[in-house]
Ligand binder design. Structure first.
Ligand SMILES: NCc1[nH]cc(CCC(=O)O)c1CC(=O)O
Length: 316
């Protein structure tokens, strides 16, 4: 087994509670291997724009660009990201050094009064922050005959979103279980959506560590933090997104899970404004390496595209 030399590592991180938790988590793992680790807190564009739905802001990588600048000019060595927020194509000169073991990838239902969708009072308002959740929720509500329920945008970090719920602006909100669990807020989760009900986003619940591609020393040091079973899952998921021209602002879900040795990949895509039913696609394959995972992703993307899925028209 190769043993990397202990070194001083600076982690660039956003300053939301969740981002800091994630950076501290990586810091502890690296310190346990003998490295000396410092955090460099930063504010990103995605943290500053709180009044608009992110898909309308339109940029890819709103949460990562400032962190990449810090890697570029050497103020920091690595950046820890929620993989869901990392663009499918990293800019030239950057690499994903590793993907770590996944937290719960599912969506969570948080509501003080309602146990689930079927339990909502007439005309209820459900808050959520991604186009994916909007199209999946709309599909589920349609199946329940609940055209009266309104889905409204919900922005802000986790604490802000929970506060808006507690203030009564929404009857319920839908957000990632992983973030709540990491921050010790798992008790707020009233119900978990199984992937059949709300198919997760590509990479949801997984952490990725980004470095400058020329930092082979760091890629070596980070190798022990990688979790191969997660990496193959998210590689398949992210390929669906990439093939459809995707950013996290697409109405697209892609989620892979292991059926023994075989990887099952499911995808879903919804027309954001239209009334067309949700498109779904699924494929299963034996996957032992990244290229097999990507081939599986390409199959599911092709099936969705054949059904009519496409990249957002206004995106550059
Ligand atoms: N888009 C925001 C975001 N990015 C990562 C997480 C937390 C969960 C994760 O690691 O995927 C969240 C919150 C959410 O979607 O509710």
């Amino acid at each position: 087994m190769s043993q990397s030399t202990p070194q001083a590592i600076t982690i660039a991180t956003r300053e939301s509670r969740l981002a800091l938790w994630q950076a501290e988590h990586v810091k502890a793992l690296l310190e346990a291997r003998g490295h000396r680790v410092t955090l460099l807190g930063m504010t990103t564009l995605g943290d500053q724009i709180l009044d608009r739905t992110l898909s309308k802001v339109g940029g890819k990588g709103l949460f990562v660009k400032e962190l990449e600048l810090a890697l570029e000019d050497g103020r920091a060595d690595i950046a820890v990201h929620s993989l869901k927020d990392v663009p499918m194509e990293l800019p030239p000169g950057f690499a994903l050094a590793c993907v770590m073991e996944r937290e719960d990838p599912r969506d969570a239902w948080v509501s003080p009064h309602c146990a689930g969708l079927a339990d909502l009072p007439p005309g209820a308002v459900v808050g959520t922050s991604s186009l994916r959740r909007v199209v999946l929720l709309r599909d589920a509500l349609r199946a329940l005959g609940r055209g009266d329920v309104r889905i409204e945008p919900l922005r802000g970090n986790l604490d802000t979103r929970l506060r808006k719920l507690d203030e009564g602006q929404y009857h319920a909100i839908v957000l990632a279980a992983a973030g709540l669990k990491r921050l010790g807020l798992g008790a707020r989760i009233r119900a978990i959506f199984e992937p059949e009900q709300s198919l997760p986003a590509a990479g949801q619940g997984a952490l990725g560590i980004e470095v400058r591609a020329d930092r082979h020393d760091l890629i070596e040091a980070l190798r022990p933090l990688a979790h191969q079973a997660t990496w193959l899952r998210v590689a398949a998921e992210r390929t669906v997104s990439r093939a459809l021209g995707g950013s996290c602002s697409m109405p697209l879900a892609a989620h892979a899970d292991w059926l023994g040795e075989r990887l099952r990949l499911r995808g879903a895509w919804g027309e954001p404004e239209g009334q067309a039913p949700l498109l779904r696609a699924e494929a299963v394959a034996e996957v032992a390496d990244l290229s097999a995972a990507e081939a599986l992703g390409a199959r599911v993307a092709e099936a969705l595209r054949a059904g009519g899925a496409h990249a957002p028209a206004q995106e550059a």
